[in-house]
Design a protein around this ligand. Structure first.
Ligand SMILES: Nc1ncnc2c1ncn2[C@@H]1O[C@H](COP(=O)(O)OP(=O)(O)OP(=O)(O)O)[C@@H](O)[C@H]1O
Length: 264
């Protein structure tokens, strides 16, 4: 295989996912153009770029969420631990457990806090006893930094929590099925600054345990939470590298113009 154009040189973190020459179309319209990128195991990777540049579209190719959009068509190769995620032997339900997703707007199920987290382990048959399930729920809520706030009201509705708590509940729900990668699509855009700070802190704590990819409009957030940054523009991956380099010494004029606020 040819060396991908945007691969990070000399990385020390093992590769979790790779994308090679990925194109995405909605009908005739091409939203992603020949994107090649590696997602590192131990790093948080941020996708930045102006509105409509394809960040979310590309993120959704990583767990085949675009399969749910009728007009969407994906070309190219994407692997998880070397396995082709678009291959005929890939079980999409399993894939989405391995590559979990957290959305822009917190979307807990209209069920109890406990049930929101227990749902995944239950449908994937991960717990053999009720005590097992209880342990998984507690562990996931602890990892999502929510346990102390909800441990006395696990049977209350998840939708009754504050927006920031709901988002941490959604992260606990993703964690509960023991994912390898967590995709976050602007997870803080509906949250206030305090709730945002908590999610950012959580991302720091989760790093290393899960490969994390986050789409964000907020460049300060990308600089704070990520070690790798990918800058997209008009469906192209313009530049990908260490976050510190991208923000202090970008190679491409388009990246520089974007991070200095000249457009976007
Ligand atoms: N379901 C869809 N059907 C048709 N076109 C779509 C669909 N979803 C996205 N697009 C188009 O694909 C392009 C990329 O959109 P996408 O949402 O991936 O960009 P983005 O960078 O995440 O934008 P934003 O930051 O505004 O969320 C845009 O031109 C958008 O209009």
């Amino acid at each position: 295989m040819d060396a991908p154009a945007h691969r990070t040189a000399g990385g020390t973190s093992p590769l979790k996912m790779t994308a090679r020459n990925v194109n995405v179309f909605y009908g005739d319209k091409q939203a992603i153009k020949d994107v090649s990128i590696d997602v590192d195991q131990d790093h948080v990777t941020a996708f930045i770029g102006p509105s409509g540049c394809g960040k979310s579209t590309f993120l959704r190719t990583l767990n085949r969420m675009n399969d749910t959009v009728e007009s969407a068509r994906v070309e190219g190769d994407i692997t998880l631990d070397g396995e082709d995620i678009y291959g005929s032997s890939m079980d999409v339900v399993q894939l989405r457990a391995r590559v979990g997703m957290v959305f822009q707007k917190p979307n807990p199920f209209p069920k109890s806090i406990y049930e929101n987290v227990a749902y995944g382990p239950r449908i994937h048959g991960l717990a053999s006893t009720k005590a097992d399930l209880d342990r998984m729920v507690e562990k996931s809520l602890r990892r999502a930094g929510l346990w102390e706030e909800v441990k006395d009201r696990l049977l209350d509705s998840g939708t009754a929590l504050s927006g920031g708590q709901q988002q941490r509940l959604c992260i606990a729900r993703a964690i509960a099925v023991d994912p390898e990668v967590i995709l976050m699509d602007e997870p803080c855009s509906a949250l206030d600054p305090i709730a945002t700070a908590k999610i950012e802190e959580l991302i720091h704590e989760l790093r290393g345990r899960y490969a994390i990819v986050i789409v964000t409009h907020n460049m300060q957030q990308a600089a704070r939470v990520s070690q790798k940054t990918a800058f997209f523009h008009l469906g192209n991956l313009v530049e990908y590298g260490d976050t510190s380099e991208i923000f202090t010494n970008p190679r491409e004029t388009r990246t520089k113009d974007y991070i200095t606020g000249r457009y976007g």
